[in-house]
Design a protein around this ligand. Structure first.
Ligand SMILES: C[S@@+](CC[C@H](N)C(=O)[O-])C[C@H]1O[C@@H](n2cnc3c(N)ncnc32)[C@H](O)[C@@H]1O
Length: 242
C-alpha cells in the first residue's frame, strides 16, 4: 500500500497545495503556538527587521506570506497613519486572522511567487518565515524585487541552522523533540514536524544571498538572531536600474 509522502518532501505545485492546506488547518492556533515557541521574541525580531528597512512616514509597505499579520503593527508604526500597509498570503484562514487585527489597510490573497500586484509600488517589502515555504524561492525573490520602487528595500526573517556546532546540536534536539510534542498536544503533529524538517532542507544563508543576487538585489546582508536559529536577510533594489 502506498503511503503519503510528508509535506516536507513535496516539491512544486504539490508543495504549494500541501503548505496552503497545512496553514489553513493551524490558522486558529498559529499565534498562540508561535508566541510559545519564540518566547514572544518574534516581536523583537520583527521590530529589528522593519527598522532595517528605514521606512519614512507615508511610505508603502507590503508584507508577503503575511499569515496572521504580525508584521503589520511594526510596519504601521514605521509608515504612520499616512502610509499604507498591505498584507498578502495565499491562505485565506491565515489572512482572516490578520484582517481581524485591523493594522493593515488591505489584506489580499496572493501567491508570493506570482503576486497579483502591477508595477513597483512598495517602499519596503517584508516576509516573515515565508520564503522557506514557497516551492520556488527564486521566483519569490523576483516578485519581491519587482514590486519594489527603485531604492526600496526587502527584508526576510526565517529559520536557519546555527553555525556553531554545539548550538546546532542543542537546537536540533529541541526542535526535533519539543516542537513536535507541542504539535501533538494541539493535534497538529505533522504541521509542527514540518518546521524542523523544512528548516533542515532550507537554503543556507549563502544560498539565499545568491538567490537574492539573481533577483537583482544589492547591498545584501544577513544577520543572525537567537544563536543563529533565526536569520534576517536584507537587500535593496538599486535606485537606478543597471
Ligand atoms: C510560518 S507562516 C508565517 C506567517 C507570518 N509571516 C509570520 O511572520 O508569522 C508562513 C505563511 O506563508 C504563507 N505562504 C506559504 N507559501 C506561500 C506562497 N507561495 N504564497 C503566499 N503565501 C504563502 C502561508 O500561508 C503562511 O501564512
Amino acid at each position: 500500500m502506498a503511503t503519503k509522502a510528508p509535506i516536507w518532501e513535496h516539491r512544486g505545485e504539490q508543495k504549494r497545495l500541501a503548505v496552503q492546506q497545512m496553514f489553513a488547518e493551524i490558522a486558529p492556533s498559529y499565534d498562540r503556538v508561535n508566541g510559545i515557541m519564540s518566547l514572544s521574541l518574534h516581536r523583537r525580531w520583527r521590530e529589528a527587521a522593519v527598522k532595517q528597512l528605514q521606512l519614512s512616514q507615508g511610505a508603502t509597505a507590503i508584507d508577503l506570506c503575511s499569515g496572521t499579520g504580525d508584521f503589520a503593527a511594526p510596519l504601521r508604526r514605521a509608515v504612520g497613519a499616512t502610509g499604507r500597509v498591505l498584507a498578502t498570503d495565499f491562505c485565506l484562514p491565515m489572512l482572516v486572522q490578520a484582517e481581524q487585527k485591523g493594522e493593515s489597510d488591505l489584506c489580499a490573497t496572493g501567491d508570493a511567487t506570482r503576486l497579483p500586484l502591477v508595477g513597483d509600488i512598495a517602499d519596503g517589502v517584508t516576509v516573515g518565515w515565508g520564503i522557506r515555504n514557497v516551492p520556488d524561492i527564486d521566483a519569490a525573490h523576483h516578485e519581491a524585487f519587482r514590486i519594489l520602487r527603485p531604492g526600496g528595500a526587502f527584508v526576510s526573517l526565517d529559520m536557519a541552522i546555527p553555525q556553531n556546532a554545539v548550538v546546532r546540536r542543542i537546537s536540533h534536539f529541541l526542535f526535533s523533540t519539543v516542537v513536535p510534542t507541542l504539535g501533538r498536544l494541539i493535534g497538529r503533529a505533522e504541521a509542527y514536524r514540518y518546521l524542523p524538517e523544512s528548516t533542515e532542507r532550507f537554503m543556507t544563508r549563502e544560498q539565499l544571498v545568491d538567490s537574492m543576487h539573481r533577483a537583482g538585489f544589492t547591498e545584501i546582508i544577513w544577520k543572525d538572531f537567537m544563536f543563529g536559529n533565526i536569520c534576517l536577510h536584507f537587500g535593496r533594489k538599486p535606485a537606478v536600474s543597471a
